[in-house]
Each structure stands twice: as C-alpha cells, then as structure tokens.
Design a protein around this ligand. Structure first.
Ligand code: ADP
Length: 256
C-alpha cells in the first residue's frame, strides 16, 4: 500500500505484572517506518526491543496506543503472511531439509508448498545456498543457517520483515559479510525492514534510520538518519564518516 507506513507504533504502552511487581516495558513508544525503509532498533538489554517486536507481530497484547503493520492490526498482518520474521538462533527444524525449512511459513498459512517450488528455489539462490536444498541444518555452518532463516522469512513475500538479532551468534567477520548480503537481499525484496540489534556498526551499515531506546521505562529517545548511499560496501565500516556516526549513536545510547 503506497504511502501507508510499513510499521507504525503510536504511544504504545506495556506493563508486565508479575507477583505483585510491575515492570513498565514500554512507555509511550513511537515508531514509524516508511514503506520500503530499513530501520534498526538499538538499546540496552531490557529496554523493550523484544516486547515491541512481539507486539508488532501480534504475539503479545499492548495496554495502550495503536499498532499498525502495513495498515493492518498486527495479528491480521501475521496471519495473512504480510509479515516475515527471522530470529537470532535461526530456529530451524533440524529434521527438515533447507528447502523444507524455507517452505514452512507457507504450510503454516495453509498454502501448498508444491505450488511455490519456483519461489523456494529462487530464494535459496538469492541467499547463496543453491546446491544445499536437500541438506539438513546440522550439515550447515552458523552463517548458512542464518541465510536459511532469512530465506524462510521472505518466502511469503512479506511487505514487512522483522529481524531480532539475526547475526548475534556470528563472529565479526561473518557478521559483516552477512550485513552486506542482507542489504543485497533486502534491496531486491523492497520490504519494510525492522532489525533489532546490539551492534551499532551493524545498525549504521544496514539502516536508513537508527532508533535508539533507553530502559526504565522503555522508550525511544532519538531517531538518527543514516545518510550513506547504497549499495554500501564493507569499506564503509572503516571510513571517518562511519565512525563519526557510530560515535554519535554511542553517546545517545549511553545518555551523554
Ligand atoms: P530487550 O529485548 O530490549 O532486552 P525486553 O522486551 O525483553 O527487552 O524486556 C523489557 C522489560 O520487560 C525487561 O525489564 C524484562 O525483564 C521485562 N519483561 C519482558 N518480558 C516479560 C514477561 N513475559 N514477564 C515479565 N516481565 C517481562
């Protein structure tokens, strides 16, 4: 839908109540991701990043405020395949081949994977795993498993793609390679992407906007636009302008 934000959270509040204690996970959170943009959400542990993502996926209710995913209620968007999601630990089913892991969201939506064999093959090629269609996750490296997870998140051609620390388990060299790969894949799909990350480098390399959150209560404190043209290459990581921006974000993150 042209013009409708891919992701929109307005004044979202969420308090957890456990055994008499109250934890304000989100207080008046605002986030608006223009269609086709890439946003990175960064903040200390416990600032509500995962809570915000679970709410946006319709996996959790919020107490107040409004959430829209491509103009729809979160649960509706997830149930209709508008939303794709990739998690940190890749979360692949170990007994299913690469191709059958990629096709899983189709089955969840009640679609026949046979009818999507062309799309499945194309996505596996897009993430650089052609030839591994029949391999099992246990036969792949960590980086390859993450690629499967990303292919799987894209199989429904989601308008909106959520990624929660997708490369958290990788070392820095592989992580940077995957950042370049992810940029290429995302540029081909043109989905609205939201990446939750702890890595300032990763956020700046990938995003159009870096959204910085603070904890207690969880809230957005600043949105920083990233001006670097695309496609960005690994050289960007060592430029002066890149370090200036990561330093600035580190200061916002640490509140000074
Ligand atoms: P982040 O992803 O930024 O680390 P979370 O969204 O996981 O933060 O958590 C935000 C706050 O809410 C934390 O203080 C956390 O302990 C609390 N929290 C998260 N989930 C629950 C839950 N199911 N029950 C109680 N408290 C929770």
């Amino acid at each position: 839908m042209e013009g409708v934000p891919g992701i929109s959270l307005s004044n979202v509040c969420k308090t957890y109540r456990t055994r008499g204690a109250e934890i304000v996970a989100l207080e008046g959170m605002n986030l608006e991701c223009p269609p086709g943009s890439f946003t990175a959400l960064i903040g200390p542990s416990g600032c509500g990043k995962s809570t915000a993502m679970r709410i946006a996926l319709g996996l959790e209710d919020h107490d107040a405020g409004e959430v829209r995913i491509a103009g729809q209620a979160p649960a509706t968007a997830t149930a209709s395949g508008i939303t794709g999601v990739a998690f940190q630990d890749a979360a692949l089913l170990p007994w299913r081949s690469v191709a059958r892991n990629v096709s899983l969201p189709l089955e969840v939506l009640g679609r026949d994977p046979q009818r999507y064999s062309h799309e499945i093959a194309k996505l596996i090629e897009l993430v650089g795993l052609k030839g591994y269609e029949n391999s099992l996750p246990g036969q792949l490296s960590g980086g390859m498993r993450q690629r499967v997870s990303i292919a799987r998140s894209l199989i429904t051609s989601p308008e909106v793609l959520f990624m929660d620390e997708p490369f958290g388990a990788l070392d820095q060299i592989r992580r940077r390679q995957m950042n370049v790969e992810l940029q290429r894949i995302w540029q081909e799909t043109r989905s609205t992407a939201l990446l939750v990350t702890h890595g300032i480098d990763e956020a700046v390399f990938l995003a159009d906007y870096v959204v910085v959150m603070h904890a207690n209560p969880g809230r957005v404190v600043e949105v920083i636009e990233v001006p670097f043209p695309r496609p960005r290459t690994e050289d960007l990581f060592s430029t002066h302008a890149f370090h200036e921006l990561t330093d600035r974000i580190a200061r916002v993150l640490h509140g000074n």
